[in-house]
Design a protein around this ligand. Structure first.
Ligand SMILES: *Cc1c(COP(=O)(O)O)cnc(C)c1O
Length: 379
C-alpha cells in the first residue's frame, strides 16, 4: 500500500496483497501460502487460474477480444445457447456484473408491466447500482443515497406472496440470501410466491448471482426448491474468474425486450465468454455437483462441533456459521485473525456470522484443514 492510499474508502481492505493463485491456494507478496475459503466471494468456483480457463482466455485474447453487441461472436453465441439450454429455455442478456444483470431484469419487468412495483425481501442483497440498491432494503446501504428509484418496496420473505397484486411487475428473491449471512428462503415460501405471481401475472425473478453455477450443489439453486422462476440472474462464478453476468429468461419473458430497449458495450465479449464456457465445462458435471453436496455436509457438521459456534446454515458449499464468543471478539475480528494467523481466507457477513465459499474443487482433506485452522482461532 502506498503511503497515501489512492483508493476511495469504500472497502476496509485487509493488509495483504495477493500475487498468485492456484486452485484453492493463494500466495501473498511475501511468499506466504493461504487456503482460500472465500474464492473472491464465490467467483473462483473452479479454483484460481484453472488451467482450462487460462488456456481458453490465452487462445481467445490472441484471436479476438472485442467486437461489441452489434455483431455476433462465436464464444458469446455458444455461451448464450448453453445457458438457455441448461436453465430456463428462453433467452439471455449478458452483463458485466451481478448488479447489472438485476438492472436488466428490472427494466424487463417494468417494460412488461408499465409502472409496476418491484418487490424484494427483507435481508436481500441485489447490488450497489441505483436500481439494485433500491431492491436492497438495508438502511445503512440505502440511506446515504436517497432518494432511490421509485416503485421498489420490500417485505419479509414470508409476506412476499401476500404482497403481490396486479400492480406488481416482479418479485426478486435470492433462493438463499448470501450477503446477509446465508439464509435459505423456505420451500413453502417460494412455492406460495410462485402461485401468487402466477395469479397476479407478476414475474418471479431469482437472483442466482451467488447461488448459481454449482455453488449449492446443483447447477442452479432453484433446482432444489421445487420452483422454476420466470427469469434468473447470474454473475460471480459464471466467468471462471473474469467479470460476466447474465439475465436468463424463460420462454414467457424472452420476447419482452425489443431492439434499443437495453444495451451494454462490453458484455458477452469473446474473452469472458470463452472463460465462462471453460468454467461451465468444469461445473456442469453431476459427479462434481454430488461432491459439492457431500463436502458441504462435511463442512457444516465440522463447524457445528467447533467451540463458540451457535448455528450453521447453508446448502452445498455456500455455508455460514454464527459465533458467540466470550468477550468482544466478533466475526470480523475472527476473520481477520484467520487470515493473518492461520492463513485461512473467510469473511464475516455481519458482527456474528462467518461465511465460507471455497472453490468447488476443494478436497475433503482441505475441508478438515480449514476446520482445524478455524478451531485454533476459536479456542
Ligand atoms: C454479489 C451479488 C450481487 C452483486 O453483484 P456485483 O457483481 O457485485 O454487482 C447481486 N446479487 C447477489 C445475490 C450477490 O451475491
Amino acid at each position: 500500500m502506498p503511503p497515501t492510499d489512492p483508493y476511495l474508502a469504500t472497502y476496509a481492505r485487509a493488509p495483504v496483497t495477493f500475487v498468485r493463485g492456484e486452485g484453492t491456494r493463494l500466495w501473498d507478496s511475501e511468499g506466504h501460502e493461504y487456503l482460500d475459503f472465500l474464492a473472491g466471494i464465490s467467483v473462483a468456483s473452479v479454483g484460481h487460474c484453472h488451467p482450462d480457463v487460462v488456456a481458453a482466455v490465452r487462445e481467445q485474447t490472441g484471436r479476438l477480444m472485442h467486437v461489441g453487441n452489434l455483431f455476433h461472436n462465436e464464444p458469446g453465441d455458444r455461451l448464450a445457447a448453453r445457458l438457455v439450454e441448461r436453465s430456463l429455455g428462453g433467452g439471455v442478456f449478458f452483463t458485466n456484473s451481478g448488479a447489472e444483470a438485476n438492472e436488466a431484469a428490472f427494466k424487463l419487468a417494468r417494460k412488461r408491466r408499465p409502472g409496476g412495483d418491484i418487490v424484494s425481501a427483507h435481508g436481500a442483497f441485489h447490488g450497489r447500482t441505483f436500481g439494485a440498491l433500491s431492491a436492497t432494503p438495508q438502511e445503512s446501504k440505502q440511506a446515504p443515497f436517497a432518494p432511490l428509484v421509485p416503485g421498489f418496496r420490500a417485505v419479509a420473505p414470508e409476506a412476499l406472496a401476500g404482497s403481490v397484486d396486479e400492480r406488481t411487475a416482479a418479485v426478486i428473491v435470492e433462493p438463499i440470501q448470501g450477503e446477509t449471512g446465508v439464509h435459505p428462503i423456505g420451500e413453502e415460501v417460494l412455492g406460495g410466491l410462485r402461485e401468487a405471481c402466477d395469479r397476479a401475472g407478476a414475474l418471479l425473478i431469482f437472483d442466482e448471482v451467488q447461488t448459481g453455477m454449482g455453488r449449492t450443489g446443483t447447477l442452479w439453486a432453484y433446482e432444489q426448491t421445487g420452483v422454476v422462476p420466470d427469469a434468473l440472474t447470474t454473475a460471480k462464478a459464471l466467468g471462471g474468474g473474469l467479470p460476466i453476468g447474465a439475465l436468463v429468461c424463460g420462454p414467457g419473458t424472452r420476447d419482452v425486450f425489443a431492439p434499443g430497449d437495453h444495451g451494454t458495450t462490453f458484455a458477452g465479449g469473446p474473452v469472458v465468454a470463452a472463460a465462462a464456457l471453460a468454467a461451465f465445462d468444469v461445473i456442469d458435471d453431476e459427479a462434481l455437483l454430488a461432491t459439492v453436496r457431500a463436502l458441504g455436509e462435511r463442512l457444516r457438521e465440522g463447524l457445528a462441533e467447533l467451540p463458540g459456534v451457535t448455528e450453521v446454515r447453508g446448502r452445498g458449499l455456500m455455508v455460514a456459521c454464527d459465533v458467540a464468543l466470550e468477550g468482544e471478539t466478533g466475526a470480523p475480528e475472527l476473520a481477520r485473525r484467520a487470515l493473518l494467523e492461520e492463513r485461512l481466507v473467510v469473511n464475516a457477513t455481519g458482527p456474528a456470522t462467518l461465511r465460507f465459499l471455497p472453490p468447488l474443487l476443494v478436497s475433503e482433506w482441505e475441508i478438515d484443514d480449514a476446520l482445524g485452522r478455524l478451531g485454533r482461532i476459536l479456542r
